[in-house]
Design a protein around this ligand. Structure first.
Ligand code: AMP
Ligand code: MG
Length: 429
């Protein structure tokens, strides 16, 4: 396991006093590793878990050539005749769920239902609505010009072939992937165990809910946003409450968190010139780096490892105290790092390009995250507007937003009508 110093030494231009967000992400990729333990679960319990192995298809899906429509199955070679219409005698009915075992001769067809196995020798289905029953009531008239041989037949194995990779290790098991596993007859999967994450808020001015308001104090919101962010990711959470700026209380919280969790998220007490004991305690208990990240909001941040009595150390994320900064640093850094620890290898959702309706002043040299509301413009294209006051403590800006506008490190001011990148919350938080 590389020490923090070794990781830093391998990063180009590492400057803890002004660290670009890309360097933070690169550092964290080196710092964390997937949990080792996996567990077998029945399929219904696998939703949102991360698959710990490759799933190879044990069979062909679908298992037989079958009809994609209700209609009549016939030999597609008959379409190659010049006649504008074919008249075929109906010699039976193929129902879904059982094979029709009759013989089909020249000039004959079989009535067939969607999903029914294609009778031997027949390769084409004409949908019922394209046909007309002949006067004799026992034959059907089929227009030849609208069909090609092989139409409306689903091929055996066209979804998955036996031996083909159906799901890969590290894929998050969403509804489609659960359904795919089920379509293969697989009733349980091995998944990485869920991550356990401890969190607490620090600061002597922070009130827990239920406490009476007092001068200079604010209610703790960070534990609630962090709780929500973690639960959305499928993490198990350990809430250690509000911890005042007292060495003994901080030490107890950090030690308990390190012992019981894979990762620790604290908020507050990591700014420069902070008169509290949080940073000193982190330094005393583990291998921790303190950064000023070139971003807004969310500049100060601590990252490191706190040892356990046994097993791999807990990963520490010491986030700033400001409520918006907590959510932004979580989304930018903590979430990707936790996903990596969960074993997840799915690519991050792509950023949406939206037309910005207003000017945003910005200097190159840091990444800025503005809270935005994305709507459809009059031309149907996505448009984004910022949610008023963008102060790093203004949580209402976050509550109104449906995405974060990301103005990248090298980017300057945005003009009305410019396209900007937006990290959409939908599907993320
Ligand atoms: P700090 O990073 O500790 O200097 O905190 C920065 C700002 O965030 C201060 O105004 C704190 O009062 C506020 N703050 C810190 N922690 C919390 C919290 N858990 N809930 C709400 N506000 C907080
Ligand atoms: Mg503080």
């Amino acid at each position: 396991m590389k020490t923090l110093e070794q990781i830093a030494a391998e990063l180009q231009g590492y400057d803890p006093q002004s660290l670009p967000v890309d360097s933070v992400a690169a550092f964290l990729r080196e710092l964390v590793a997937p949990v080792a333990d996996t567990e077998a679960l029945p399929l219904f319990a696998c939703l949102d878990r991360v698959l710990a192995h490759e799933l190879v298809s044990p069979l062909d899906v679908p298992p037989h050539d079958n009809s994609a429509m209700d209609g009549f199955a016939f030999d597609g070679a008959l379409l190659l005749q010049a006649e504008p219409e074919l008249k075929l005698r109906i010699v039976g009915t193929a129902l879904a769920g059982q094979a029709w075992r009759g013989q089909v001769g020249p000039g004959e067809c079989v009535k067939i239902m969607t999903g029914a196995i294609m009778p031997a020798g027949l390769d084409t289905v004409v949908p019922q609505e394209m046909t007309q029953l002949a006067d004799d009531g026992q034959s059907v008239c089929i227009p030849t010009g609208l069909l090609r041989p092989g139409d409306n037949r689903r091929l055996r194995g066209e979804d998955l072939r036996r031996g083909e990779s159906a799901l890969r290790r590290g894929e998050r098991l969403g509804p489609a992937r659960l359904g795919l596993a089920a379509s293969l007859g697989v009733d349980q999967l091995h998944t990485y165990r869920p991550l356990k994450v401890a969190y607490f808020s620090t600061g002597s001015e922070i009130l827990s809910l239920g406490e009476a308001p007092r001068e200079g104090a604010v209610y703790d919101s960070n534990r609630y946003t962090v709780f929500g962010l973690l639960r959305r990711m499928g993490c198990e959470v350990l809430d250690l409450g509000v911890v005042p700026d007292e060495p003994a209380r901080l030490e107890a919280a950090f030690r308990q968190a390190a012992e019981q969790a894979d990762a620790i998220i604290s908020s507050g007490g990591v700014s420069v010139g902070e008169a509290d004991f949080t940073k000193a305690m982190m330094k005393k208990l583990g291998d921790v780096a303190f950064w000023r990240v070139a971003m807004r909001p969310g500049r100060p941040m601590a990252v490191g490892r706190l040892p356990k009595t046994s097993g791999p150390p807990a990963i520490l994320f010491g986030l700033p105290g400001n409520p918006v900064a907590v959510m932004v640093t979580f989304l930018a850094f903590v979430r990707p790092a936790l996903l990596q620890m969960m074993g997840c290898t799915d690519a991050a959702p792509p950023l949406l390009k939206a037309r910005c309706t207003q000017a945003i002043k910005k200097k190159p040299g840091r990444t800025e995250y503005q809270r935005g509301v994305v709507t459809r413009g009059v031309d149907g294209m996505p448009e984004v507007q910022i949610t008023g006051n963008q102060g790093s403590g203004v949580l209402s800006s976050m509550a109104q937003a449906n995405g974060l506008i990301v103005i990248h490190h090298g980017q300057g001011s945005v003009m009305p009508g410019d396209l900007v990148d937006v990290m959409m919350f939908d599907g993320v938080i």
